[in-house]
Design a protein around this ligand. Sequence first.
Ligand SMILES: *Cc1c(COP(=O)(O)O)cnc(C)c1O
Length: 423
Amino acid sequence: MQSKDLFERSKKVAPGGVHSPVRSFAGMGREPVFFKKAQGPYLWSVEEQRYIDFCQSFGPLVLGHRDEEIEADVHEMISTAWSFGACEPYSLELAEWITSHIPWVEKLRFVSSGTEAVMSALRVARAATGKDKILKFEGCYHGHVDSLLVKAGSGLAGVAASSSAGISQRMAEATIVTPLDDDALLEKVFQDFGSELAAVIIEPLPANYGLLIQRKEFLQKVAALAKANNVLLIFDEVISGFRMALGGMAEILGITPDLVTYGKVIGGGFPVGCYGGRKDLLDLVAPNGPVYQAGTLSANPVGMRAGLRTLQKMKRLNGWSVLEERSAYFESQVKGAFADKGMTFIRQGSLFWFHYKTDAPLRRVDQIPPQQKENFNKVFLSGLKNGLYLAPNAYEVGFISMAHTNEILDQSASILKAALKEI
Ligand SMILES: *Cc1c(COP(=O)(O)O)cnc(C)c1O
């Protein structure tokens, strides 16, 4: 089996040969690698080449691949049942764990993806406020929800235009888009649309269009303006939740959202999403309230067990500070090599990214230097040749897991340094 042949076959049966676009290595000048096995920090391709993996399935695998405790729980669960479509104790245990550790998640509902979580949270917000419009920020990704697959319209801030075909104009127009890090435009948007906004949704650590670390003051302003205008604050913590801290970015920032969405880490590598928050808001959801939301495989017990074990293990090992230490070490090993090439390696917690050097810290999409793609692709391809797998796209971040020991990070740093030398 060769990746090349498998990709040719895949292209005949799936659009672009893939089931999620970034996997296709589009614009990379080669076919994607097909993997067949994974363990800890490693991936193995169908050609038997081993890679150190900094994609980690785009974030869910905070303990690395096939953590042995999770594997044991999953095996035990599968030998018992793998779906009930009925009440069971496994989701209760995870729900109790989360609500007892995160005070602003008073109640929650499990779904099967981050996209579903966001879509449902927006529905709750519209029902709770009786208002229709949603405010989002340029460069934040919230899954492929129709009303959020939008970009700024004609102005810098204001009514959105769709960023995907197949989205009805009316859907896009229900969304207002404004740039990150612009206090004045934010104030203006609230002035113009505050009375029509049901919610403002933001990635408190935008990590889907590079890593655009925000000023705390800006996020505080978002929260304050939302509150003053009776607009619900939704933190989309699908990437940051249970990765940056137990309580995600909300805990780090000391900002309490009305609703929060989780995904990725919460399922330990299985398809789990979740929306939660204020009890009065969650009580609007069926069967208690008028907001309909359901799922055949919601709270799938295998995902529930994997998620619970992941969170428990992270807490037991004080995983968030371990990740911080390891990631800081990695940063110290590679930062200089990037700087030598006129690049900046940036990091928050276990997420990292690199880009051409800019005068000021990057906080907005339009500040990303135009050479990003060309530059990233070179590092990516050279790394790949030498056994290092980054997420295959210039705007995706790197993920460090608990399986990335300092020894693994040393090896990774050498590969990256060699890759940079080739540029
Ligand atoms: C990944 C992601 C989503 C979408 O989650 P899926 O499980 O891919 O649907 C939404 N929001 C953020 C912030 C994400 O990182």
